[in-house]
Design a protein. Sequence first.
Length: 360
Amino acid sequence: MDFQQVFGKPPETQASAPGRVNLLGEHTDYNDGFVLPTAIPQSTTVELGLSSDGHHHFYSENLDEQVSILDINHSPSGFASYIFGCIEVLQKAGYIIPSLSVYVTSSVPMGSGLSSSAALEVATLRALRQLLNLPIDDVEIAQFAQQAEIHYAGVQCGIMDQMASSLADTEHILFLDTRTLERRVMPLPENAEILVIDSGVPRTLATSGYNQRRAECEEAARSLGVKALRDITDVKVTEKLPEPLRRRARHVVTEDNRVLEVLQGVTSERFGELMNASHASLRDDYEVSLPALDTLVEILQKTEGVFGARLTGAGFGGACVALVKSGQSKDIATHVLEQYKQAGYTGKILVPSLELSDAA
Ligand code: ADP
Ligand code: MG
């Protein structure tokens, strides 16, 4: 099915946006800290046309599902909530949006931590900007996208995913200060590329674990008399906290410092060491890893051609990211998945995309 087949006429315009993976700076965003995501090759494309019957119609090729919005006072659920949210946040900002036919297609794996949700929002907003000549820049697109996800999809997210999708590309990493939104787009470390492997373990405890860590960080910041843990730069300051707050705060402070070190300019080898240190900190101090993730990371770290590896995303399952020598990611992935299998687990390569390279 394409746009024409679903809606009976060709689209007026289309736009795309990529998914993302966070290379460094994990669990720092809700502490007003620093993150370092990059875009992945997989992207979402949104085609737009004007609807002739006065109602919005959304179709997702991936889900083979169509949703029509017959009552705009009633927010839809599921995938339509992300698109409807983008339309609504623009209307609330004073832009007049006509009734639309929307066709979505994507190569970003859904629900794997590569932010298919932000890719959908940013692609939708880019397409709307184009169709209606909206005077909004890429940062505003990220902000509208975040508002759509919070208020319409009901996900309490930070701004990293949307900023990464809107501002990063696959050749660059995005340094982002999540408090001030100060940012810098930097090239990927030299002679290196990104490998992302799904651990095969679903993120079951993720929500409760995440909420608990957030609360612990707030308590630690309160005890130390700062607005957020981002305001602590010397890790010694955290020593006066009781456990487990001491370990939680130590992770956040050292993780922020690792991201700031990258900002000074580092080699691929050093970048890899910082990723390894990040994983150890997430495992021992922040306690959001699992045996499967530790096993996968250890195999990656021992493999020739890997600069460094760590779990990525909130933890408690999900994916691991590695920085590897250019051109070697597929061979490395094959070797690593084989060893991971011998350890009793079934992983899956998410980046680079095998589908995309087969098509190329
Ligand atoms: P992630 O962002 O890590 O992929 P989320 O749970 O935040 O995981 O977002 C996934 C949700 O986003 C899906 O369940 C779906 O509702 C929506 N979504 C993303 N991409 C698409 C798509 N191409 N078609 C339909 N829905 C999509
Ligand atoms: Mg998401």
